[in-house]
Design a protein around this ligand. Structure first.
Ligand code: GLU
Length: 475
């Protein structure tokens, strides 16, 4: 049998880490077993569903490269189908109209609670048609079996059993004619021939209700796998408080999709002690059997560690394709200067995120108006001016501009002045980058380019002259 899984988010807010993890697991299972994976937008909640939330879901899936088969399904486009089934169920008395007023239901609930019972609908409108009033607003309820149990073998948690007496006669169509969430899910899973439902554990209580409706329709029952929660470091359910914002925020913060996917796959799933998984390995090794029953804890440091790993191990050309976005965000004009691939090679070791990389590469492309205050204080003063002057002369005479040749000039300058190399390197670094941090100076200056370096050295010397003058004036 070909398996088919689905990711069926409600577009009512952020697409968060937990949601995308179930998408990833569903996708991996389908890809692992040569099945299909579909995307279904569960947008029946008119009040809370928004187009921007739909866009975010699709952008996030695209950014993570989680591709789906078939068209994108929208529940709001399937109302005709849901209503046709409801009408059929009504004609077979599997479902019934309910005219009970809100007041009656409130009184009923209060009385049941007072008697220590679990609140449930008492089935009055099913038992007697006396209460049915033509053309009055009414809901449609599913006639849930009154006896017996619903048992399903959760593929992560093992057998789960519900007593039918605990389950209500679920409303499947509201007074405004719109079908309800649990019902639409059932019809869709049936029509779309879903074989495996992988979703968050908060849906466990919906499963017996959905199974009962599926059975009443004579539909096959999919296999269910309910994935445990993700907790924050403090052991509480992951929420915005922990910085658990939407998936696209991870792109904005400078993560690579590979790092996030690798992080998510391990967050609740394991394959021996392996930590690093390429997409192909994930697809090859993934199985529901190795998903943990217990909750997982979100760990930002590990995600950063993985991101650093991927920034350094994926081809620089590829990493550069993601860096572009951050470069544009930070409005860095890269029209003159090194290729972004060079930047990735130079900075990957020192950056955990692409945002950080973009922020630290500006000096390769744009002149800066100010030196870092501390760097300038420590390295741009009258004692370092001679080194900068000599470097300026030596570098302007070069007809070849390679890291090794630049380095050679630094060495010679240090020898001439009888100082250590760092006494030349540090003022030079501050002069050409504005800061005390950069990759090896020869490589850095090579990437910045000869004429830019010379202009900046001259500017640093002007700065020293200005400062010396100022401090003399003050004495
Ligand atoms: N639409 C539901 C949600 O976003 C998921 C329903 C399901 O997977 O069955 O939580």
């Amino acid at each position: 049998m070909k398996i088919k899984t689905r990711f069926s988010p409600s577009p009512t807010g952020y697409l968060h880490i937990g949601g995308i993890r179930t998408a990833l697991y569903s996708w991996l299972l389908a890809r692992n077993l040569g099945g299909k994976f579909i995307l279904r937008i569960e947008d029946t909640d008119f009040k809370r569903s928004t187009q921007s939330a739909i866009d975010i879901i699709i952008d996030s899936m695209n950014w993570l490269n989680l591709d789906w088969d078939e068209e994108t399904y929208f529940q709001t486009k399937r109302f005709k189908r849901y209503n046709a089934i409801i009408n059929d169920m009504l004609s077979k008395s599997i479902a019934y109209y309910c005219y009970c007023s809100k007041e009656r239901l409130d009184t009923l609930r209060k009385a049941q609670i007072a008697r220590g019972e679990k609140p449930h609908y008492d089935g009055r409108c099913y038992e007697s048609h006396v209460y049915h009033k033509k053309n009055k607003p009414c809901v449609v309820r599913f006639r849930n079996p009154k006896n017996g149990f619903v048992v399903f073998n959760d593929l992560i948690r093992g057998p789960i059993k519900f007593n039918n007496q605990e389950l209500d006669d679920l409303i499947i169509r509201r007074t405004d004619g719109s079908p309800t969430y649990n019902f639409c899910v059932v019809v869709d899973d049936y029509d779309m021939a879903i074989t495996h439902v992988i979703r968050g554990e908060e849906h466990i209580n919906n499963t017996p209700r959905q199974i009962n409706i599926l059975k009443s329709l004579g539909a096959p029952i999919p296999k269910y796998a309910h994935v445990s929660m993700i907790l924050g470091k403090d052991g509480k359910k992951l929420s915005k408080r922990h910085g658990a914002v939407g998936i696209m925020q991870y792109r904005d913060d400078g993560f690579l999709p590979e790092a996030l996917l690798n992080y998510l796959v391990r967050l609740g799933w394991s394959y021996g002690n392996q930590e690093i998984f390429s997409l192909n390995e994930m697809k090859k090794f993934f199985s529901l059997k190795s998903i943990s029953k217990s909750a997982s804890t979100f760990n930002t440091e590990k995600l950063l560690w993985l991101n650093h790993y991927y920034i350094n191990h994926l081809p620089a050309e590829y990493v550069a394709t993601h860096l572009v976005w951050h470069i544009n965000q930070q409005r860095i004009d890269t029209s003159t200067g090194p290729k972004l691939t060079t930047i990735v090679k130079l900075l990957s070791d020192r950056c955990k995120t692409l945002k950080e990389m973009a922020a630290s590469c500006r000096y390769f492309y744009e002149d800066f108006s100010e030196f870092d205050t501390n760097a300038a204080k420590n390295h741009l003063h009258s004692l370092t001016a001679p080194a900068l002057k000599i470097m300026g002369i030596k570098l302007s005479a070069l007809s070849d501009w390679t890291p090794a040749i630049v380095h050679e000039s630094i060495k010679k300058t240090a020898e001439e002045l009888q100082v250590s190399i760092s006494k030349v390197c540090m003022p030079l670094r501050v002069a050409v980058t504005g800061t005390i941090k950069s990759p090896a100076i020869g490589i850095t200056m090579h990437a910045i380019g000869q004429s830019r370096c010379l202009t900046r050295i001259a500017k640093a010397l002007d700065f020293i002259t200005y400062r010396t003058q100022k401090s003399n004036d003050q004495q």
